[in-house]
Structures are given as C-alpha cells and as structure tokens.
Design a protein around this ligand. Structure first.
Ligand SMILES: C[S@@+](CC[C@H](N)C(=O)[O-])C[C@H]1O[C@@H](n2cnc3c(N)ncnc32)[C@H](O)[C@@H]1O
Length: 239
C-alpha cells in the first residue's frame, strides 16, 4: 500500500469515486465581529491574496524582494503581527482557514500599520502544493498546530512526513523551519519527523529555546493556563 492509499483508506468520508484527503482542520463557524468584517471589506484588496492554481509571484505581491516567511495557521493573528513588527525586513505570507481570524489579522494590520504581511484564507496544504514555487521561502512558521490529541485523530496532524516532504522544496537552502507546540507527544512526533530528513539540520540539541522574534501566542497562553509545557523546534535546510 502506498502512503497515499493509506491516507485514503484512513479517511472516514472516503468513497471509491471521490478520494478526499484528510484535512488538518474542521471549519468552525465562529462569530465574525462587525470590526473584523469591516477590515475584510476594506483591507482584503490590499493585503489579501486569493487562492489560485498556479505559483504566485511573492516579490510582486509584497512589492519587494526581501526574505519571505510562510506562516501556516495564524489563528487570530496577534503573534504574526507582532513578529512582522519585530522583523520589518521580512515579508510574511500568513494562511488560515478561520474567517474571524482572517478578519482579526486584517484589523490588526490596519490598526498597527504593518506593511509586510499578506493574508490567505485557504487550506495551506493546497497553497503549498499549488501556489508556492520551489525555493521561494526563507522560513516557515507553524505555531501550535491543532494537536489532534485523540489517537484516532492523530492522522489529521499537519506535521507528518508526507507534508513536510512537500514543504521542504519550497524552502531555500539555508532557510529554516520553526515549529512550536504545547502538546508533548506532538513535540516528540515533530522532532522525529524533522530529524528524518537528511536535508535538515537541527539548530539545537533536541528542542530549541524560543527565538526572540516569537512572542507568546494565544493558543500557547491557553496551553500554559492548562499546565502544558511548550516546545520549539528550529531546523535549517542544509542541502
Ligand atoms: C490551534 S490553532 C493555533 C493558532 C495560532 N498559531 C496560535 O498559536 O494561537 C491552529 C490554527 O491552524 C489553522 N489550520 C489548521 N489546519 C490548517 C490548514 N491546513 N491550512 C490553514 N490553516 C490551518 C486553524 O484554523 C487554527 O486557526
């Protein structure tokens, strides 16, 4: 059985004609505030990027050729905006599927006058597959991806070997991938997955100390309130 076959056979909704792959998210309705909706209405044309089935010219979208960082799953976007302010020389392509979060990050971009973020509302797996050119990225951030902690849901986790294998060619040699989680068993999985790639080198001995550019995220704060630990991983693409 190939890896792909395995994915399909694990899929609860599989039909023989229609192979839907397993998604790492469940679309929540969530309440969009009036201010978030207003931010979408007014700021999407400037800071939003619509999904397309072909590579996007990121330098053109940001209006400059500075280093590009992809963030998958920005949540409400608070940490993303803070990072963009701390690293004004970098450009951030921030992706999430959650509507109120998209409204919220655009609202923050407007309030804080941040020019180095572009926002997408789409499944990041498809964006990586179809819109990001090889070697286009200098960095990848995935902070506190949904832990899917129940055994039967583990297959929905974003950080698994097949997806990382798709991500890595998008990274320049010398670029980095930075993951963080508050779920210990997922941290172990992340370390195993990243360590399995010859093209990656761990920048730390095991888990990394949190880099100065990463503030506490909303999901991380929630984890800490529940007594969870925090694990960062920073690997560099060396070949
Ligand atoms: C647990 S939250 C963490 C949010 C934020 N990084 C934080 O630390 O507060 C995970 C986020 O990833 C998003 N997400 C999960 N799978 C995704 C995918 N395939 N593409 C885009 N976003 C995704 C979810 O919608 C959710 O907002």
């Amino acid at each position: 059985m190939t890896e792909t076959d395995q994915n399909y056979s694990q899929n609860d909704h599989q039909t023989p004609e229609h192979h839907r792959s397993i998604r790492s998210f469940v679309l929540r309705q969530g309440h969009m505030t009036a201010a978030q909706q207003r931010a979408i209405d007014t700021l999407w044309p400037q800071f939003g990027i619509d999904y397309q089935n072909s590579p996007v010219d990121l330098n053109r979208r940001f209006g400059r050729s500075n280093p590009k960082v992809l963030e998958i799953g920005f949540g409400m976007g608070g940490a993303t905006v803070e990072i963009a302010k701390r690293l004004p020389g970098h450009d951030f392509l921030a992706i999430d599927v959650h509507g109120p979060g998209v409204g919220n990050i655009l609202k923050l971009i407007g309030e804080e006058q941040v020019g180095n973020i572009r926002v997408m509302r789409h499944d990041a797996v498809e964006v990586v597959e179809n819109m990001v050119a090889d070697g286009a990225l200098d960095g990848i951030h995935i902070f506190f991806p949904d832990p899917w902690h129940k055994k039967r849901h583990n297959k929905r986790r974003l950080v698994q070997t097949p997806f990382v294998a798709k991500l890595l060619p998008k990274l320049k040699t010398g670029g980095y991938i930075h993951l963080a989680t508050d779920w210990e068993e997922y941290a172990v999985q992340m370390l195993e997955v990243l360590s399995g790639f010859d093209s990656l080198q761990n920048t730390a001995d095991g888990y990394a100390s949190t880099p100065a550019y990463r503030p506490e995220t909303k999901f991380e704060a929630r984890g800490k309130r529940l007594g969870h630990g925090v694990w960062d991983l920073v690997f560099k693409r060396v070949k």
